[in-house]
Design a protein around this ligand. Sequence first.
Ligand code: HEC
Length: 186
Amino acid sequence: MNRMQPIHHPLITTLFAILLLAATGSPATAEVTVTMPGPWGDYDETLDNPATVDATEAFQRFRQQSMQGTSATYRSVEQILRYDAPFAERLPDLAEELAQRAADIDTWFARETPARDGEPGALPGAWEDPEFADYKAAFGEATAELKRKVDAAEDLDNPEFQVRATEVLNGVRHHCLACHDNFRRR
Ligand code: HEC
């Protein structure tokens, strides 16, 4: 009987695959093309097929987009304080936004969706290690301090204020780096 196995195996597998396909219909393609209509004409965009993205993956992607948004907010503040981009009047709104994002961070980790083996993403420790809560809270406190500093400023364009605020911003950045060092795989 053993000698028959190499012949039987692929045959049975093929038959099974045909039966499965007949039962479920053709498999969903990985990408779909969606038309984006508007005043400048129809534009087609190729996107991941929603049928192939489950709720867990969408949750994880939402978290990653939120982190990227946090990064854009942080980097915008940095352009003003460290590199003199002429948008100092935007500092109160940006500092408020950064603090709000930090306050939201808990919700982004409400579901346990660690990175798959070897892939980039959150490490399992984000859900297993009780210290993760401290990292989130400390980050929130650092962004609140930046907001207080900005709100207390008399002149947002004042170079001395900007130097002091940059030091507070460095204190915010510390928390991005420390949390990533412990709970994120790139
Ligand atoms: C309390 C922990 C923590 C803090 C604080 C934190 N992050 Fe993250 N960050 C993570 C984790 C965990 C991931 C991986 C999430 C995933 O892929 O599911 C991540 C992912 C990211 C990503 C990659 C997103 C993607 O598209 O894959 C960026 C960019 C990022 N963080 C920027 C920042 C910036 C900028 C700050 C500070 C202003 C910050 N993070 C603060 C934990 C943190």
